[in-house]
Ligand binder design. Structure first.
Ligand code: PMP
Length: 431
């Protein structure tokens, strides 16, 4: 595979951008090698600057749930652009977006649009602290909630991949206010609340973890956290930046039937434009400025082009049967990968929840804790990643990221992926 143009671009990028990229995991640092540079994308495929085609299971890290460059989203953006790019004054599209979000996610009676998942989660914990008058935040080992200071404590995603889950630059006084728990451990959560419950403003969780590989919640676990928060007067925050509109139309809260106080969203609601949102009960959201005193603002928030893209995307994922079909795709892929690994004699298992999935190089039959995820064979994953890339399949370039399915990944595309995996697993075994 010729990648000479990508290589030349990476050389140029490295002298100008830290690590050659604008977001760490893109640099391929943990899997080794160099990233390809994208020319364009269409449906399930990315095309690089050397003309190579890849089946893409990253999907811009989540937004591309209907595949790349979908005509309906593109048309909506073109229409919006005709009227101007940003006004800094209210538009009707923002109300339509809020109506759609509050209808699809009933725990959100009111919503505030922001520009990224990071902004959404930062704002959510400020709201939790402001509303409760308490200072501590609880998060889970391996969960990633963007790069806000309070979250870069035992964080997942790139922070975990690069071996800096707790980032330099976060003042100790602030990091001390972030208490951490092992995901899916019922007793640890009970014990922490028994000890520190009166100081906890909010507990934030990825209800299905997608930033430490893909870890589904154990039966009753989210309910247990709901009960602890209610009992101790803390707010339950579901970070649905990844799970929102992906594991079910109403997100993880709909899938598992647990109602958070505050929810955060991103990715899919922007349709590929930079967007985030947070929302919750009216009585909480009315404490946000200018309705209330808790300050949060944004020059580009509710941007008209982003609203148009997001609304078009929400239309598409609201089609009847959309999420059942997506889940069937995930199962087809993961069942096929497991069979291919078994035939090749490679210890391997998967998890799948709706349109997200995890790949684990381990002899354990099922993985749903952070400790299990980090104990997997990352060297085997890295070899598999490159063996797949060489065959035109792009997986997330880290063993600690979920994979993303899209509705554009039809059966032939998935069969092509599994055929590539049969050869790739054989390479992993013989290496
Ligand atoms: N929360 C979760 C669960 C995420 O997966 C991410 C990004 N991967 C974020 C928050 C941060 O979103 P952004 O990168 O848009 O700031």
């Amino acid at each position: 595979m010729d990648t000479s143009r990508s290589h030349a671009l990476f050389e140029r990028a490295r002298s100008l951008l830290p690590g050659g990229v604008n977001s760490p995991v893109r640099a391929f640092k943990s899997v080794g090698g160099e990233p390809f540079f994208v020319q364009r994308a269409d449906g399930p495929h990315l095309f690089d600057v050397d003309g190579n085609r890849y089946i893409d299971y990253v999907g811009s890290w989540g937004p591309m749930i209907v595949g790349h460059n979908h005509a309906a989203v593109r048309q909506a953006v073109k229409r919006a652009i005709g009227d101007g790019l940003s006004f800094g004054a209210p538009t009707e599209a923002e109300i339509t977006m809020a109506e759609r979000l509050t209808a699809l996610v009933p725990s959100m009676e009111m919503v505030r649009m922001v520009n990224s998942g990071t902004e959404a989660t930062l704002s959510a914990i400020r709201l939790a602290r402001g509303a409760t008058g308490r200072t501590c935040i609880v998060k889970f080992e391996g969960c990633y909630h963007g790069h806000g200071d309070s979250f870069l404590v035992k964080a997942g995603s790139g922070a975990l991949t690069l071996g800096v889950p707790t980032s330099p630059g976060v003042p100790k006084a602030l990091a001390d206010l972030t208490l951490t728990l092992p995901y899916n451990d019922f007793d640890a959560a009970s014990a922490l609340f028994a000890q520190a419950g009166a100081d906890i403003a909010g507990l934030i969780i990825e209800p299905v973890v997608g930033n430490a590989n893909c870890l589904p919640p154990r039966e009753g676990y989210l309910q247990h956290l709901r009960e602890l928060c209610t009992q101790h007067g803390a707010l339950l925050i579901f970070d649905e930046v990844m799970t929102g509109f992906r594991v079910a139309l109403g997100g993880a809260q709909a899938r598992y039937g647990v109602t958070p106080d505050i929810s955060t969203f991103g990715k899919i609601i922007g349709g590929g434009m930079p967007v985030g949102a947070y929302g919750g009960r009216r009585e909480l959201m009315e404490q946000i400025a200018p309705a209330g005193p808790i300050y949060q603002a944004g020059t580009l928030s509710g941007n008209p082009v982003a609203m148009a893209a997001g609304l078009a995307m929400l239309d598409l994922v609201s089609a009847p049967g959309f999420h059942d079909a997506l889940e069937a795709n995930s199962n087809l892929l993961c069942d096929g990968l497991e069979a291919a690994a078994r035939d090749a004699g490679v210890p391997f298992t998967t998890t799948r929840v709706g349109g997200m999935f995890g790949l684990f190089f381990t002899d354990q039959p099922y993985v749903d804790t952070y400790a299990q995820a980090v104990a997997c064979d990352t060297a085997a994953f890295n070899r598999f990643f490159h063996a797949m890339l060489a065959r035109g399949v792009f997986l997330a370039p880290s063993a600690f990221e979920a994979g993303f399915m899209s509705s554009a990944h039809d059966a032939p595309v998935i069969e092509e992926t599994i055929a590539a995996a049969r050869e790739a697993f054989a390479e992993v075994r013989t290496a």
